[in-house]
Design a protein around this ligand. Structure first.
Ligand code: C5P
Length: 236
């Protein structure tokens, strides 16, 4: 699996996003478009960034009945993105339907077939909340591994998880099963609202395949230098 750094484009407008990307002249980083930017600008922002030559992880975390997710995934795959995701909690049937959608992109064949990955438990969900609100009375790490195994059985390419869970996921689902890990901070940087964080170098040691980095790059005085530092530490 080719290791890479994915920059989270957590901006609320096309203008801010393109001004940020314009700073990168020598390279075309892999980027993540989440709900905020996608709901603000719609599919045109995806096409525009794709046309500039970036790989895109479209992070919309779908969760609905299988037929609806299948059709939505076909539409999103038609945008030519490289990675898409959904909630494993939608069940194996939903994940299998999603894969069918990805295999049949709207508008005919797309140049790339996106990797479909699953969110296990959000890193914002605590053990207490999982028990009190979701009535799941098992240790959180066991739940994450169970969801990862369900995703693998459904045929998905991998999961979003904490870098601290990457080793366990690889042990349970195989080294080829992709781990995409947010919660990355430089050793000398601000943690922000992330709780369990690791450095890019530590994420590499733990076996993450892709790290997702937002504020340490987007809010840096010199984003290009911060991005290069991530690549240097994580990819080498
Ligand atoms: O700014 P920061 O590096 O914390 O950004 C991390 C990105 O990864 C954000 O876009 C956030 O929504 C996303 N993410 C996360 N934790 C998850 C799933 C996604 O931080 N479990």
């Amino acid at each position: 699996m080719g290791k890479d750094v994915i920059i989270a484009l957590d901006f609320d407008s096309r203008e801010k996003t393109l001004a940020f990307l314009d700073r990168f002249t020598g390279e075309k980083p892999f980027v993540k478009i989440g709900m905020e930017l996608y709901y603000a600008e719609g599919p045109s922002i995806v096409r525009e960034i794709k046309a500039r030559g970036h790989k895109i992880f479209l992070d919309l975390k779908l969760h609905d009945i299988p037929n609806t997710v299948k059709k939505a995934m076909a539409v999103l795959s038609g945008l030519g993105v490289d990675m898409l995701n959904l909630h494993a909690a939608g069940t194996r049937a939903m994940m299998e339907a999603a894969l069918e959608g990805v295999a049949h992109p709207a508008g005919g064949s797309s140049a790339v077939r996106p990797l479909l990955i699953a969110v296990t438990q959000l890193t914002s969900t605590s053990q207490e909340r999982m028990e009190s609100d979701l009535l799941i009375e098992r240790p959180l790490d066991q739940v994450v591994l169970h969801y990862a195994k369900c995703a693998a059985q459904a045929g998905l390419a991998g999961v979003v998880c904490s870098p601290l869970e990457a080793e366990g996921v690889h042990r349970a689902c195989g080294d080829g099963f992709v781990t995409v890990t947010p919660g990355v901070r430089f050793a000398d940087g601000d943690v922000g609202d992330q709780v369990r964080v690791t450095t890019p170098a530590r994420a590499k040691e733990l076996g993450s395949d892709y790290i997702v980095v937002g504020r340490p790059v987007t809010q840096a005085e010199n984003p290009v230098a911060a991005y290069r530092r991530c690549v240097e530490e994580f990819v080498g």
